[in-house]
Design a protein around this ligand. Structure first.
Ligand SMILES: NC(=O)c1ccc[n+]([C@@H]2O[C@H](COP(=O)([O-])OP(=O)(O)OC[C@H]3O[C@@H](n4cnc5c(N)ncnc54)[C@H](OP(=O)(O)O)[C@@H]3O)[C@@H](O)[C@H]2O)c1
Length: 321
């Protein structure tokens, strides 16, 4: 069968012939219809993800939508560190990490949205005590995960959703997917941070996809702007597209009721992640969220890695379509 194969961490994968997968205990082999090219897949393929084993060659892809031997559709999540990923004509999936989809599901839509939507869905349902009516700020709202975070927060009952990101026009468009307030992160970072701080005065949960310098500046401004210092603010670290590190001033943690925590593979148990798959897949499949998809055949997987893709649109590789 054919698969995308990474043979060097500094090169994109290529479509090659590989042996068929052999199912182990609790596994079944499915035909892969769609597999998302998420940032997590890029970091798997270049060896930089914290779960990377460093072993090559590997087939990239952490999840996808497949067809079982009986014809039914299934969304599946592969285990972290797996070297036989979903960008292949067939893959062995763990039946405990798979959910059956309705026959009329759109595989591309589900494959595109599950990973980015899961980031906020799991954070709000599993990492913080989020209650309907609370205020949520999405920090880094223009990407796939950020746009879906706005929609997820609304679906889960957020009172006000504030979207922060770069590109004023793109940000303004996020009102169409549910943002109540938008704050651009363009120009001088210090000034932009003050505006974000004012907007966050009464926010309860901040979903952070950026980290690095933007978080460094904004965290100080937010701490200095809280309307009630004792009101709890859960700052949830989810992505780090702007940098891996910040310096966290000790006073920030005393001055206001700030709790900094992360959400991802490891901090959320596999069981908790699996338990959320079904509900989220149903929401996505029902069309509750706006999702942008760009389909690419397996033969063109090398180009898929380098092609320019507009913000908020997810490349999906389609091995058997
Ligand atoms: N922990 C989890 O469970 C989990 C799950 C899914 C995703 N994630 C992480 O979440 C992050 C976002 O994922 P995604 O799927 O949304 O990726 P994406 O679709 O590629 O979006 C990334 C967004 O970040 C923006 N961006 C990049 N650098 C920025 C900066 N310095 N300041 C402001 N915005 C910046 C980009 O804007 P431009 O278009 O202007 O470049 C783009 O809109 C990634 O780090 C991913 O690994 C985590």
């Amino acid at each position: 069968m054919r698969a995308a194969v990474v043979t060097a961490f500094d090169n994109p994968p290529r479509c090659e012939d590989v042996p068929e997968p052999e199912p182990g205990e609790h596994q079944e082999v499915v035909d892969v219809l769609a597999a998302g090219l998420h940032p997590r897949v890029r970091s798997q393929a270049n060896g930089s993800h914290y779960t990377s084993s460093g072993v090559l060659p590997l087939i990239p892809g952490i999840d996808g939508v497949g067809r079982r031997a009986d014809g039914s559709l299934v969304y599946f999540l592969l285990p972290p560190g797996s070297s036989r990923g979903s960008m292949a004509e067939r893959v062995a999936v763990d039946t405990r990490r798979a959910v059956t989809l309705p026959d009329d599901s759109d595989p591309l839509r589900v494959a595109a949205a599950m990973n980015p939507a899961m980031s906020s869905w799991v954070a709000l349902r599993r990492r913080v005590s989020f209650r309907p009516g609370q205020g949520v700020l999405v920090f880094g709202a223009t990407g796939n995960a950020g746009q879906l975070a706005i929609q997820v927060a609304k679906e889960l009952g957020a009172g006000t959703v504030t979207a922060v990101g770069r590109g004023a026009a793109r940000l303004e468009a996020l009102r169409d997917v549910g943002a109540d307030v938008v704050v651009p992160l363009d120009g001088d970072l210090g000034e932009a941070a003050q505006a974000v701080g004012r907007a966050a005065a009464e926010v309860d949960v901040l979903l952070d996809y950026l980290w690095g310098p933007p978080t460094q500046h904004v965290l100080a401004a937010v701490v200095g702007s809280r309307a009630d210092p004792a009101r709890r603010l859960d700052w949830v670290q989810i992505g780090s597209v702007a940098g891996p590190d910040i310096t966290l001033p000790s006073a920030a943690l005393r001055r206001v009721n700030l709790r900094v925590l992360g959400s991802g593979q490891g901090s959320v148990s596999p069981e908790a992640m699996e338990a959320e798959l079904g509900d989220l897949a149903r929401w996505i499949d029902a069309g509750a969220f706006t999702v942008g998809v760009q389909a690419v055949g397996l033969a063109d997987v090398e180009q898929a890695w380098t092609m320019p893709v507009p913000s908020g649109r997810r490349v999906v590789v389609t091995p058997t379509r």
